[in-house]
Design a protein around this ligand. Structure first.
Ligand SMILES: NC(=O)c1ccc[n+]([C@@H]2O[C@H](COP(=O)([O-])OP(=O)(O)OC[C@H]3O[C@@H](n4cnc5c(N)ncnc54)[C@H](O)[C@@H]3O)[C@@H](O)[C@H]2O)c1
Ligand SMILES: O=c1ccn([C@@H]2O[C@H](COP(=O)(O)OP(=O)(O)O[C@H]3O[C@H](CO)[C@@H](O)[C@H](O)[C@H]3O)[C@@H](O)[C@H]2O)c(=O)[nH]1
Length: 460
């Protein structure tokens, strides 16, 4: 099947390359010439494990190309997928890129009588596909949706860092479409997948995507609230509480006594809060939509607020540990919004660093992937170190903001000795299982103060 994908970002490029791997002939359209050139030279503009190898394979076999020329890409193609950004503008979704692409496709439909299915893959507020997208396609083409062309919404659930795996091995594929032909086209597109393919309306498909991210964000804010309560309770480790909670088979399906997905805590890791290009933006969009439509969403409003308060709460905890931040040198470990990505968009490390600076601390940062641009944003007020020793030497404290696995393996005895005062505030509660030599003061989020010694015999 000949497919045109609009957008060469995380979703567009992964979708295009993976569909080519499934045997489709794919052209990915973008407006960014340098991005298109880079991709056609076999390099990915984003860091995503496995993607570059797959891109090169498909370029070599002639099944995939990137292009600036939308009209040429659309010629003869059966399906168009809209995978452009839907950014947050002052807490509301900006649909202008989606609208521009719908207009381009509509203009193509005007001059081409062949049937074509247009699929929205971007995350859009419920009602957008049957509203803005359909209206734009109809007015630009002079044709009627469902007759001359099909309209569909097929949300994407990939996680950055696991994008290829998530795309190729989905739990389910949600196919929201107007009319039978669009549904058949989507069935043919994903014929190679063995997971359930669920047919719904385009608006239901849009809702599934927001409900999915709202649930993940709610779990994280719930975990963070439990952490806050545990922090005020002597003798309690919040992480331990959540790990035990998680053994409930309603949260982690078991198979033969083993967790079906070992290691995954179903978004019950508390810490600095959720970040990235999706959860914060999508929670803002769904709550803004609720306000605009006069629908109450008090739970999700609080989910956003709990998350917004996390970085400042962690900085406050550090200030208490250090007896103030003024003039203290603090090393932030991790700028990316999660391990395994170079993406620092909406990373909780940003407000964390801002709060440290506002409190008068001097700040250094360490991250193995996040770009120097992240540091440039603070106008030289933050120095980026790639070597843990130089990052920690002379520091009064370290705050772990991103749980990069290598941090576990560092020679902490040596590093702590090089610090001016070895205070380690673990903002992800990720290092609790390693032993900490004295005089290191290890402070994990979510853990309350120690019990008075006469009661400590009850502790394991
Ligand atoms: N990043 C994720 O993990 C993820 C996962 C699921 C869904 N989504 C959703 O998918 C959508 C895309 O997200 P992303 O992270 O891939 O965005 P991105 O910013 O990484 O990429 C968007 C791309 O679209 C291009 N573009 C803009 N206008 C264009 C036009 N008129 N024609 C062609 N290309 C154009 C941009 O140049 C850019 O390359 C968003 O709605 C997002 O919420 C993202
Ligand atoms: O228990 C947890 C799990 C995650 N996080 C944080 O939550 C954020 C988001 O993590 P993750 O979901 O892995 O990242 P994304 O790649 O942004 O993926 C989310 O957003 C995508 C875009 O919509 C969806 O497709 C995915 O299904 C959804 O998981 C990160 O800051 C994580 O550190 C926590 O704080 N605690």
């Amino acid at each position: 099947m000949k497919v045109t994908v609009f957008g060469c970002g995380y979703v567009g490029l992964v979708t295009g390359v993976c569909l080519a791997s499934l045997g489709h002939e794919v052209a990915c359209v973008d407006v960014d010439a340098s991005r298109v050139d880079l991709i056609n030279a076999g390099q990915t503009p984003i860091y995503e494990p496995g993607l570059e190898a797959l891109l090169r394979e498909n370029l070599a076999q002639g099944r995939f190309r990137a292009t600036l020329d939308a009209r040429a890409a659309l010629r003869g193609s059966r399906i168009s997928m809209i995978a452009v950004g839907t950014p947050d503008r002052d807490g509301r979704i900006d649909l202008s890129f989606v609208e521009t692409v719908a207009r381009t496709i509509g203009a193509h439909l005007k001059g081409d009588p062949a049937y074509h299915t247009i699929v929205v893959k971007s995350t859009v507020v419920p009602g957008t596909t049957l509203g803005l997208v359909r209206a734009t396609l109809e007015s630009a083409s002079g044709r009627v949706a469902g007759e001359g062309f099909g309209v569909a919404m097929n949300p994407e659930f990939l996680r950055e860092g696991f994008a290829v795996q998530d795309f190729m091995e989905p739990d389910r594929v949600v196919l929201g479409h107007l009319g039978a032909q669009a549904g058949e086209d989507l069935e043919a597109l994903y014929a190679a997948f063995h997971c359930p393919r669920i047919h719904v309306t385009p608006t239901e498909a849009e809702f599934v995507k927001y409900a999915s991210n709202a649930l993940l964000a709610t779990c994280i804010s719930f975990a963070n609230e439990i952490y806050t309560l545990c922090e005020g309770t002597p003798g309690v480790d919040g992480r331990q509480v959540l790990e035990i909670l998680h053994m409930d088979r309603r949260l982690t399906p078991q198979h033969g006594g083993e967790s079906v997905r070992p290691g995954i805590l179903s978004y019950l890791f508390g810490g600095v809060g959720y970040g990235g290009s999706c959860l914060p933006k999508d929670l803002n969009a769904i709550t803004a939509m609720a306000r605009e439509r006069g629908l109450p969403a008090p739970l999700l409003e609080q989910v956003v607020r709990v998350n917004r308060d996390r970085p400042a709460a962690i900085v406050q905890r550090l200030a208490t540990e250090l007896g103030g931040l003024q003039g203290r040198l603090v090393t932030v470990l991790g700028l990316a919004f999660k391990p395994g990505t170079d993406d620092w968009r909406n990373s909780p490390s940003q407000p964390l660093v801002e709060a440290l600076l506002a409190g008068g601390a001097r700040v250094r940062a360490w991250d193995p992937l996040a770009e120097a641009a992240a540091v440039a944003a603070w106008g030289g007020r933050v120095a980026l170190h790639r070597d843990p020793r130089s990052a920690l030497e002379g520091a009064h404290a370290a705050v772990l903001a991103t749980a990069w696995p290598e941090i576990q393996e560092w020679p902490w005895e040596e590093l702590a000795a090089a610090m001016a005062s070895p205070v380690i505030l673990d903002g992800r509660n990720a290092l609790k299982d390693r032993g900490w030599p004295s005089p290191v003061r290890y402070v994990p989020v979510g853990r309350g103060p120690a019990l008075p010694s006469r009661e400590s015999h009850v502790q394991p």
